[in-house]
Design a protein around this ligand. Sequence first.
Ligand code: SF4
Length: 223
Amino acid sequence: MVVKEIIYKHLSSTSISEFYEGEYWPSQIWNCMRKQYYSRISPIPQTLDSAKITILGTIIHEFIADILKKEENIKVMSEVPVRIPHPSDNIVITGRADDIILVSVGRTRYVIEVKTVEDVEEKKLKRYIPKKEHRAQLNLYLKAFPNSKGILLYVDRGNFEIEEFEVEFDQDLYNETVKRVEDLHNYLMRKTLPSAEAKNNPEMRWQCDYCDYRAKCEREDKH
Ligand code: SF4
């Protein structure tokens, strides 16, 4: 019990992310619009349950990057700064590409995004993966690293089964993503709460199960 408490204490002490006005992160743009709004206007620390999922994702991501680094003919780059152009002067899509793995094999560059999920095989059979949100995030990185090939790698949290999907750059999806950033920016500037996007969209509803703002969101809709 002593060790468990120490580990959970450290997991629970994650700090609140700091955002700068007009700066948006590729890894968050396809999160539920209302959740993003809350996380910027009235942020709360991550719950222990979501910290557990985050840490597992980070560990698996680092493990896969370390394995790829062992291959002689593969070059792995990490913590590469990313800045994606946006038509509006007030908005920047920026971040550090530490949630992707950049790999060069000869003259070909791959942008790999690792996602951890439960029951990967069942999700593939039911065509729940690749998720649009995940494709859209990788699509942004493909914009930042043109002429690269995209790979979405789903890893099962329970048994380490892996499914791989190749992703091509999609201009329509990119435009849709840029529009989302503008919409979020406008909600924030006007201090207007967006609708409960994930709750109202069957394809995004899974996000509510992992949302730290769920209680607040439900209270809001009862008003
Ligand atoms: S509970 Fe669902 S709809 Fe509400 S903010 Fe969270 S993800 Fe969005």
